[in-house]
Design a protein. Structure first.
Ligand SMILES: Nc1ncnc2c1ncn2[C@@H]1O[C@H](COP(=O)(O)OP(=O)(O)OP(=O)(O)O)[C@@H](O)[C@H]1O
Ligand SMILES: [Mg+2]
Length: 384
């Protein structure tokens, strides 16, 4: 198994940083400092080494440093720049990503990505190069809040092993949006509807099968690795899941397509699509306590989330034969001393490079001497 390492990170006009360069020499990197100092901004920058809008799901133009003037920039067509060197199985490589600014307001914001100086054709190429996973305070109640966040977590787990999953999701959602648009416009084009519904059925069944497979892997990883973290029982609930239980994938695809056709009049009134994997819910049960996740305490929910992430990291190591980068923003909050210690031990065994933030250095006592510490104070980052 190859352990991917982030060697350095340079930021230009990104969030509170006008210019910052950091060198990373350890597996565990810790940023501490007061509220608003700029800790999460650094983890957010690392999260942009994967496709999407980063760990805060930010609007790309919001990331431009607010008081920077374009005249100071080396290249006025770039809003912010993130550059990093990584040690990958193929050797050391440089990844750069930036917000390309357009003079025309109607043009959407565009993120450009380069690897060793060459443009990547699409963001999804990044997911093939490396995987970045994160846990943020906004995810503390993810397992008990609305279903869409749980689906997103599951989909992120899958796409970090199979980058094609993101493309399937995109194709499914695109066909669903197109079908909704036709319905809303009152169009009556049976061939067009049939093409879109066929696409939804094809991609939707494939998505659901991948989600079911991931759940099985997570459950068996948690069952075969009994440590300080609890196990979760996970079930995907939805009409498509029920179809796949009773029918082959091909039959399920046919039935799903037929149901979408029947649902057209209903969906025309209600909007959207009233059946499909975009509505599936992930039910989580704390196995040791035998209670559903909404009845668990805040700490129990966080510990169960950590348990899922660790299970995923073990699966990742086996399947991808390389480690992801892990970002734990306020990752130790709600964990007791035993769990904190156990988390560091698990990450050491997995050899995963981990970036953590916290306001309090004392919380990282157990990794003193084994980690690289940075003090962050009002946008100044100093190695301790
Ligand atoms: N585009 C921007 N330009 C300039 N400053 C910004 C921009 N976006 C956010 N900031 C500021 O960056 C500062 C640091 O934010 P960050 O979230 O990294 O803090 P933090 O150290 O993680 O704090 P906490 O401990 O409260 O989580 C905040 O004061 C925030 O307002
Ligand atoms: Mg923060």
């Amino acid at each position: 198994m190859f352990s991917i390492r982030l060697r350095d990170l340079s930021l230009t006009h990104f969030r509170c940083y006008s210019s910052l360069k950091l060198l990373f020499e350890e597996r565990v990197i810790i940023f501490t400092g007061p509220n608003g100092a700029g800790k999460t901004n650094i983890l957010e920058a690392i999260s942009f080494l994967n496709p999407g809008r980063g760990l805060r799901h930010a609007k790309l133009s919001d990331l431009i440093r607010k008081d920077s003037s374009s005249s100071q920039r080396e290249d006025a067509s770039l809003g912010w720049i993130i550059s990093a060197h990584l040690t990958l199985p193929r050797g050391v490589c440089q990844i750069g990503t930036a917000l390309a600014l357009s003079q025309r307001e109607e043009e959407a914001e565009k993120r450009v990505i380069r690897m060793d100086g060459n443009d990547l054709s699409s963001q999804s190429e990044l997911e093939k190069i490396l995987s970045v996973l994160w846990m943020t305070p906004a995810m503390d109640r993810l397992l008990s809040d609305g279903p869409s966040q749980r689906r997103k977590l599951l989909d992120k787990f899958i796409s970090s092993l199979d980058p094609d999953h993101s493309k399937r999701l995109y194709r499914y959602e695109y066909a669903m949006r197109e079908r909704s648009r036709l319905l809303k416009e009152g169009r009556n084009d049976p061939l067009w509807f049939a093409t879109l519904e066929e696409k939804m059925a094809l991609e939707g069944i494939a998505l659901t099968a991948s989600r079911e497979e991931m759940l099985e892997l997570l459950i068996s990883s948690m069952n075969s690795h009994l440590g300080s973290f609890p196990r979760a029982h996970l079930t995907l609930k939805g009409e498509v899941e029920e179809l796949l239980k009773r029918h082959s994938a091909l039959e399920a695809e046919e039935i799903f397509k037929q149901r979408l056709k029947e649902l057209r009049p209903h969906d025309r009134v209600s909007g959207g699509a009233s059946m499909g994997p975009h509505l599936s819910d992930l039910e989580v049960i704390h196995v040791e306590k035998n209670i559903p996740i909404p009845l668990c305490s805040t700490g129990e929910q966080k510990v169960l989330l950590v348990s899922l992430i660790l299970a995923h990291l073990r699966i990742h190591a086996l399947r991808r034969k390389e480690t992801p980068l892990l970002l734990l923003d306020e990752g130790l909050v709600h964990l007791d001393t035993i769990r904190r210690q156990a988390l560091f031990e698990e990450l050491e065994n997995l050899n995963v490079q981990t970036f953590l933030t916290g306001t309090d250095t004392a919380a990282f006592e157990s990794v003193q001497g084994k980690a690289q510490f940075f003090d962050v104070q009002a946008g100044e980052v100093i190695r301790r």
